[in-house]
Design a binder for this molecule. Structure first.
Ligand code: PXG
Ligand code: PLP
Length: 442
């Protein structure tokens, strides 16, 4: 791989979720990728321990996906899907629907997880209105939840810094469940922690407070990723489902990270055996080759909205210019075929015990306060440095990158979610590198 000179001017690109001044004073630049590896602009190989940003589940630059996108962009670059259609949009929707839990087979396309979340929240409101319960406008999220960065998503989201600057403009009728994390009870749990199912009962308290007739939907990540890998306690999601059903409240699972094999099944819903009414996805829907997201809606929700008015009237006033973009749809079809052909979800399930053992082998490593995991996701929480939250994890992240391994960090938690093609030796390399790096971090 020939390396290109590092671009001189880094000033124009205002980088997302980045300390811009810090980054630009010592940039980390990637220029190509294949399989499990990135290559940097200075010619180094970096083992990808987090599938880009939890999204490249089949590994990088897979030939079939690349070919599908190349072909499509040369055949028909763009086609509108407002009062028009193109065959790949319908084919991609059918293929996504096949992987969804039974009954969730109506697919609305977006371009990101954030758009999927806002779409799902709007569908929930439109559904209740269409069935004559338009007073159900309250939305319930959860502390520490990440639901992207749209105004809807940050309103139901529960990460303080993502809300702070915008607090005056958040949606007005929102409440939050408590998060389920308790290090005193559940430290070093392997898989689902035993303690915490009762936290779902907090939903009954919110229902009593607001009255069920005002509540449209509850949205949670089945496994919270972005906040630092929080695994749902045993029985917790089942309880949420029961309470929602009892009160006519829609349950939305935000599967932007858990979708498409991360837990060893197509969805977390399938993995946990709990079916939501709406399911949001993005990222691995097309291996992140082209931006794409989607919402799967139950047939009841879809039919209630779509059959509500006159047959020649638009039913849902919502959509994106790029909903079901041809290149994204082509990438999705190729990706979902590839997942099936290579049995990547099953592979993830088979690799999960090895991954779990490797993650938990760091229990005695320096600074480690907790380790948690499920499927092909793991989080390692570090003791924060006195007076400098997240500085220790940041330093570990930078040193891992310098040592040739890409991990993700959030506050003082390191997160791991490699492509599902990861080999045992690569899992060992990821965690060995982290152990060595932690020993050198103050
Ligand atoms: N919902 C969930 C559950 C997510 O994890 C989004 C919505 C938003 O998706 P978009 O495509 O709009 O970013 C996400 C995205 C991290 C990290 O490091 C996580 C995400 C995005 C970027 C970084 O944990 N999750
Ligand atoms: N802003 C303006 C002025 C627009 O015309 C449009 C779409 O036509 C949008 C925003 C929304 O863009 P998108 O459909 O890509 O989300």
């Amino acid at each position: 791989m020939t390396s290109r000179p590092v671009i001189e001017d880094l000033s124009s690109f205002w980088m997302p979720f980045t300390a811009n001044r810090q980054f630009k004073s010592a940039p980390r630049l990637l220029q190509s990728a294949k399989g499990m590896y990135y290559q940097t602009t200075d010619g180094r190989e970096i083992l990808d321990g987090c599938a880009g940003l939890w999204c490249v589940n089949a590994g990088h630059c897979r030939d079939e996906i690349v070919a599908a996108v190349q072909k499509q962009v040369a055949t028909m670059d763009f086609a509108p899907t407002f009062q028009m259609g193109h065959p790949l949009a319908f084919e991609a929707a059918s293929k996504v629907a096949e992987l969804m839990p039974a009954g969730l087979d109506r697919i609305f396309f977006t371009n990101s997880g954030s758009e999927s979340v806002d779409t799902a929240l709007k569908i929930a409101l439109a559904y209740h209105r269409a069935r004559g319960e338009g007073q159900r406008t309250r939305l319930i999220g959860r502390e520490r939840g990440y639901h992207g960065v749209g105004f809807g998503g940050i309103s139901v989201g529960g990460i303080g810094p993502n809300r702070k600057a915008y607090s005056g403009a958040l949606l007005p009728s929102v409440d939050h469940l408590p998060h389920t994390h308790n290090i005193d009870k559940n430290a070093f749990s392997k898989g689902q922690p035993a303690w915490g199912a009762h936290l779902a009962d907090e939903l009954e308290r919110l229902v009593a407070l607001h009255d069920p007739s005002t509540i449209a939907a509850v949205i949670v990540e089945p496994v919270a990723g972005s906040t630092g890998v929080l695994i749902p306690p045993q029985g917790y999601l089942q309880k949420l489902r029961e309470i929602c059903t009892k009160h006519g409240i829609l349950l939305v699972f935000d599967e932007v990270i858990t979708g498409f094999g991360r837990l060893g099944k197509a969805t977390a819903s399938e993995y946990f055996g709990v079916t939501p009414d709406l399911l949001t996805m993005a990222k691995a829907i097309n291996n992140a080759a082209i931006p794409m997201g989607a919402v799967a809606a139950s047939r009841t929700i879809h039919d209630t909205i779509v059959n509500a008015g006159a047959a020649n009237a638009i039913e849902l006033f919502h959509g994106y210019t790029y909903s079901a973009h041809p290149a994204a749809a082509a990438a999705s079809i190729a990706t979902l075929d590839l997942y099936k052909r290579e049995g990547l979800f099953e592979r993830a399930a088979a690799m999960a015990p090895t991954f779990e053992a490797a993650a938990h082998s760091l229990r005695d490593a320096k600074h480690v306060k907790d380790i948690r995991n499920l499927g092909m996701v793991a989080g390692i929480e570090l003791e924060p440095r006195d007076g400098a939250p997240s500085a220790r994890a940041y330093e570990a992240f930078v040193k891992c990158f310098e040592a040739g391994v890409l991990v993700r960090y959030t506050s003082d938690i390191l997160a791991f979610s490699p492509p599902l093609i990861v080999e045992e030796a690569q899992i060992a390399k990821i965690f060995d590198t982290v152990r060595r790096v932690l020993a050198t971090v103050e």
